[in-house]
Ligand binder design. Structure first.
Ligand code: GLU
Length: 486
């Protein structure tokens, strides 16, 4: 027998930026489909027009494209189940609402709105004894002909229990007397999310619903709706929240106060899309049988097993993301690294250096995210008036006397180096010669020269690499400048 094709969807509401939590939902939904040779659909849930943000659709399209989550059907590419934007499917929902009314599973409710809020969440609660639930047909007809505003509510079954199985949380059972006659169609004729997604998932052939765990408790309502509409129930995967680490040691839902939380902000900080995707795949999932942590999207498609999704909340760890990013940077070819790094570098380093290739070479293994580059290369731009006391260090055995001597000798020896020989190994020999001739340790010489050139104790690259990058004349100028300040 043919196994039914797996169909998943990502169904965001276009309300602005793409939060990391949303992107993880999209990723898991994509992986559940693709790891089983299935189909992945993008649908926009814009029935709550008050929350709609101009341009938010484009953010969703762009993010999924840059992240590599290619959908098989969607608003901008079409497909056999379109339209893929809920506000364009109004008539479809009305038809199903009508069917439910006819079968006695839904009713017109003429009660006045308690508030103007258009949010689905606020409208979910109907009084347990909604007066319109049992209105006779004549009154309904009369109210309709008078043009009284109405909503359509689901007539939920209040007897017994409702059960469904969630692949992350397990068996979920609720007492039906805790359920509500939720609104299906709002007074403006728009469906609620609660209704529209049930109809769309069915019509689009969705077999696996993957979404945030905020829907765990309302899913029994949807289970009843499926039953009353005669729709088969999809498989459910509700994903735990992503948390952020608070300054006080506690955790709370990941938000701006923890750091960048949107895909676009992380990319702007210099994280690579592949690294972000890799890291968020690990936020709540890991292959059971391995320690591997670096996965390309193609590898994820191969190894992803939804049974390994954890139900405990994952904590977003920016340091871990940085580490993952650094692994991707290390894997780049020098050319790729240079292309990515160039704009960040150019922001800070505007003067020409002698050996820019060397600079990229020493940066690549030392950069975790691209936005660190500016700060790391700042000293190549100019030597600031640093506190010369940092030159003197007990461990490195440097003091005012030998520092002056080392600098004097360095200037003397380095001036004799031909431009053609101005490269790391030869420069290293020249500094070693100073150590040999003076009896100071090489480590003391390297320390003094490196700080004299950079004005700081921590630098990308050692003394001779910095000299190679700066070039002969700038090296000599800087060494002399520092010497003059002692
Ligand atoms: N539009 C809903 C949201 O953005 C989607 C929930 C679902 O996937 O069913 O939260």
């Amino acid at each position: 027998m043919d196994k039914k094709q797996v169909v998943t969807r990502y169904a965001p509401s276009p309300t602005g930026m793409m939060h990391i939590g949303n992107l993880r939902t999209a990723l898991y939904s994509y992986l559940i489909a693709k790891s089983q040779g299935g189909k992945f659909i993008l649908r926009l849930e814009d029935t709550d027009q008050a929350r709609h943000v101009e341009g938010a659709e484009q953010v969703i399209f762009d993010t999924l494209r840059v992240a590599g989550l290619k959908y098989d059907e969607g608003p901008d590419i079409g497909g056999p189940h379109g339209p893929y934007i809920q506000s364009e499917r109004k008539e479809i929902y009305l038809k199903y609402a009508d069917m439910l009314i006819k079968s006695g599973k839904a009713y017109y409710c003429f009660c006045e709105k308690k508030s103007d809020t258009p949010h689905d969440e606020e409208q979910i609660i109907a009084p347990t004894t909604d007066p319109c639930r049992e209105l006779d047909a004549d009154t309904v007809a009369k109210n309709l002909s008078l043009g009284k505003p109405f909503v359509i509510r689901h007539k939920v079954n209040r007897e017994g229990t409702t059960h469904y199985y969630d692949h992350v949380y397990g068996d979920i059972t609720v007492q039906n007397d805790t359920l509500h006659d939720i609104i299906l169609i709002k007074s403006d004729g728009m469906p609620t999310y609660n209704f529209a997604h049930v109809i769309d998932d069915y019509l689009m052939g969705v077999t696996h619903v993957v979404r945030g765990n905020e829907y765990v408790t309302s899913t029994p309502q949807y289970v009843q709706l499926h039953k009353d509409l005669g729709f088969p129930l999809p498989e459910y995967y509700h994903l735990p929240l992503i948390m952020g680490q608070n300054a006080d040691g506690g955790v709370s839902k990941l938000s701006k106060r923890h750091g960048a939380v949107s895909f676009a902000d992380l990319v702007a900080l210099g994280y690579l899309p592949e690294a972000i995707i890799n890291y968020i795949a690990l936020l709540g999932w890991h292959p059971a049988q391995s320690d591997q942590e670096i996965f390309s999207l193609q590898e994820l498609v191969k190894v992803f097993d939804a049974n390994d999704i954890r139900k405990s909340s994952a904590i977003f760890d920016y340091n871990k993301l940085k580490w993952v990013n650094s692994q991707y940077i290390l894997k780049m070819t020098p050319q790729e690294f240079r292309e990515h790094a160039e704009p960040y570098l150019a922001n800070t380093l505007t003067r020409e250096v002698f050996d820019i290739d060397k600079l990229y070479e020493i940066l690549q293994p030392r950069v975790q995210i691209f936005s660190e580059i500016g700060e790391k290369v700042q000293f190549f731009q100019e030597l600031i008036d640093f506190d010369t006391n940092i030159l003197y260090n007990d461990k490195k055995k440097t003091n005012p006397e030998n520092t002056r001597e080392i600098l004097t000798k360095a200037i003397e020896n380095l001036s004799k180096v031909e431009l053609d020989d101005w490269e790391n190994d030869i420069l290293y020999q020249k500094l070693e010669e100073i150590a040999n001739s003076t009896g100071y340790k090489p480590i003391s010489v390297m320390w003094v020269v490196r700080i004299a050139l950079s004005g700081q104790t921590v630098t990308v690259g050692g003394a001779t690499e910095i000299m190679q990058i700066l070039g002969k004349s700038e090296t000599l100028i800087r060494l002399q400048t520092t010497l003059n300040r002692l």
